[in-house]
Design a protein around this ligand. Sequence first.
Ligand SMILES: C[S@@+](CC[C@H](N)C(=O)[O-])C[C@H]1O[C@@H](n2cnc3c(N)ncnc32)[C@H](O)[C@@H]1O
Length: 473
Amino acid sequence: MTSPGRRPNHDRNRRPAPRKQGPRKPPAQDPARRAAFDALRAVSERDAYVNLVLPDLLRERRITGRDAALATELTYGTARAQGLLDEIIGACIDRPLSNVDKAVLDALRLGAYQLLRTRIPPHAAVASTVDLVREEAGSHVGGFANAVLRGVSEKDEAAWLEELSPDREKDPIGYLAMNTAHPRWVARSFAEALGDKGPELEAALAADDARPAVHLLAKPGEISADELAAITGGDVAPYSPYGVHLPTGTGDLAESEAIRERLAVVQDEGSQLVAVAATDAPVDGEDSRWLDLCAGPGGKAVLLGSLAATSGATVDAVEVTPHRAKLVQRATDGLPVTVHTDDGREPDLQGGYDRVLLDAPCSGLGSLRRRPESRWRRQPSDVPGLTKLQSELLASAFRLVRPGGIVAYVVCTPHLAETEGVFGDGVRRAGAEVLDAREFFPGVPLLGDGPYVQLWPHRHGTDAMFCALARAK
Ligand SMILES: C[S@@+](CC[C@H](N)C(=O)[O-])C[C@H]1O[C@@H](n2cnc3c(N)ncnc32)[C@H](O)[C@@H]1O
């Protein structure tokens, strides 16, 4: 994967690159790259989330307009492509990446991203990165950064991929993982869920690597999807009766009047569809007590609560993390939702619910496109702990539902152990009747053979949500 000829030698490391243009800009004049770098540092150092940390940084520093757009592009793009950038940077360094100072590595990733995936002139990408490295790690490291980035810039992304990718025939999953900047284990779990290592896997990974449109939920009882589309300039969603897709590049959503006035919330169309399915599957008899067993931060609780309000039902929403329970409380204010800060495995609640939605904690492989950093943060070793927790929560859901009531099991991942594995086992233990969930996704194409529903970005334009339904006996 590496060739000594390409590696910078030590002399070269110490020699600064010749400047092709005037003096280097001082950092104060480069707020976009500084913000992107600081956001990436927060992700590496504090396990921060890009979608939370970056807007705060931009607001605090009053970065707007083109600078904000550049900072956003650089932060999201670099975080999303991190593993691929590391392979390429690693091929230009004669020591393991783990030996490179973490702040320097973040700066190199930012520089490599600009060189490989933007139209920023190479000299500007290199000079701005060297500036960051000098500020962070001292001027003696500037030459090293300069030499590494000159190595990176010797080829474009396609040429690097050709050099570094495994052979497609021999290792199709490794090839597609590398070419779509995904960890191999993620590509493998997509392949297993799709039953494909060829064109469909390629389409799924490519869709997962694309920037997703923002979806809004038009809160039932408050505003229709048509009205929301008209006031936001978006399009009515193809499948969810409450969904609107915003045009790409829509500005600061906090500015949106519909969101400020609590008529709408940001919610992927797939999340809307699974919550609707959980309320549409018919129960035998009474249908007035609903339970959302893992409710934080409250997206689906808002939809359940809004639908409950129109039908005279009430919702209990359980969330174990106090600050997330507060978010549920805030999101569902004014709706018939009671929030309980409790462990869903044994909540202090009276059972006998007509419906239980279990939107379980999961690996989140189905929403990686919306969380650029989690692609590289999640590890396969996370899965066994998650499936154990999911199984315990599912057993609790079956204890809390009444005979004839519905349990909806939802996860935002296509990983088979977390989807069919957990649900198949739980339903068998509970002796419940599995429903064909496809019936409750009317008009949604390409749902396979059932009885479970797995949505996909490349098929449905949604996150890869999984939904399974059962009626308790
Ligand atoms: C996938 S998220 C739920 C998303 C939520 N339904 C929504 O639409 O906004 C899973 C949630 O379960 C919570 N959680 C984890 N373990 C839990 C437990 N034992 N009991 C209750 N909630 C739990 C997590 O804190 C997280 O907020």
